[in-house]
Design a binder for this molecule. Structure first.
Ligand code: SF4
Length: 356
């Protein structure tokens, strides 16, 4: 128990002296904390700050987010990745308007019912905005606690979550829940780093079991990860006069809610020499004459568990094909109004001639 107290005091006092000056730290506005926590789930702080400012500027409160068109929300999120976060924020805001009169719920038990708010986010909002005594367990917290006790409980299942949650909860007495949670997270983000922990400057090294036994990098313990697999996306930029075709991805797959060109996914890299290339294009455009203006090299885009290998074919059409009626036909000049995956945005910025 003595070590618990030493750890808690040390870490909270370290936080008071070393915490980064971040915009969502100056507030107990639960909506701002919600937005920042969702942005930071999969995004580095430096990149996330600009998106955070842009998001709360465009959608300053729950009601404005709920009333926004989903395309506006996706456009604001474009480039951040993990787009289900933006869709869920929008759906969550609508739920808060419908069920809570547009006011952020003020307890963990209510917050966890909101779409897209999981255990960690509910605990972060409840503790920071409403001082509820509930531990927020993220990757940083798992790392610090597992090293502190040289605890080899596997962290990526429910058992591991409950185990470390109980440890954190038992420490979280006689202190501010907001400071305790934020101190642990910040300490993991700045000192107890995954590959290069700053043990020499660490205020808790005297009680850290992993340091004492020189096993810092053995913790936390995770299950073996599968190697990422590849998916091959062939994009066809069909151009008729000054327009081309887009559709919204609406199936349960990556990039749901973003727009894309007609696309064919193949098991391997498609080359223009292969016979089925013509077949694929003809399926899209029927009997209409077409001509390949340009085709790109394969562009790799890394996701967490997948590599998307994208190839772009810019194809001119002699007429409007009926087969593309499920796509929207937009003037090239309006392309920038549509939220698209980063791999498409990058290609269009670098390689596509909008004047042509
Ligand atoms: S001594 Fe090293 S491993 Fe232990 S908590 Fe401090 S930084 Fe992390």
């Amino acid at each position: 128990m003595h070590e618990f107290t030493f750890f808690k005091k040390s870490i909270i006092s370290w936080f008071a002296q070393n915490k980064r000056d971040l915009p969502w730290r100056d507030t107990n506005n639960a909506y701002y904390i919600w937005i920042s926590e969702i942005i930071l789930q999969q995004t580095r702080v430096n990149q996330g700050i600009n998106y955070y400012y842009r998001f709360i500027d465009q959608f300053p409160d729950v009601v404005s987010l709920a009333n926004a068109n989903i395309d506006e929300v996706m456009k604001c999120w474009q480039g951040l990745g993990y787009y289900s976060r933006a869709r869920n924020l929008h759906a969550g805001a609508m739920q808060i308007v419908n069920n809570f009169g547009g006011k952020m719920p003020n307890s963990y038990a209510e917050l966890i019912k909101i779409k897209g708010i999981g255990r960690y986010t509910a605990a972060a909002i409840a503790s920071i905005a409403f001082a509820e005594r509930v531990p927020a367990i993220d990757g940083n917290v798992f790392r610090v606690l597992s090293r502190l006790f040289a605890d080899s409980t596997c962290i990526d299942d429910d058992n591991g979550y409950t185990h470390f949650y109980k440890i954190a909860q038992s420490m979280m007495v006689d202190c501010s829940p907001s400071d305790f949670n934020q101190a642990l997270m910040e300490f993991g983000a700045l000192v107890c780093l995954p590959r290069n922990p700053d043990c020499a400057g660490c205020p808790i090294m005297s009680v850290c079991m992993a340091f004492q036994t020189n096993q810092m990098l053995s913790f936390p313990v995770k299950k073996q990860k599968k190697a990422p697999t590849s998916r091959f996306f062939n994009y066809f930029i069909f151009q008729y006069k000054q327009s081309f075709f887009l559709r919204k991805r609406d199936n349960e797959d990556i990039w749901k809610g973003l727009y894309e060109f007609p696309m064919s996914e193949t098991k391997e890299l498609l080359t223009v020499e292969k016979k089925y290339f013509e077949k694929i294009i003809n399926e899209y455009v029927g009997d209409i004459q077409w001509n390949i203006k340009k085709h790109s090299d394969a562009v790799k885009h890394q996701l967490t568990h997948r590599t998307v290998v994208a190839t772009f074919y810019h194809i001119e059409l002699s007429a409007l094909p009926n087969e593309l009626s499920e796509y929207i036909c937009i003037p090239k000049s309006q392309f920038h109004q549509y939220p698209v995956p980063k791999v498409i945005e990058r290609y269009m910025e670098k390689e596509f001639d909008f004047k042509d």
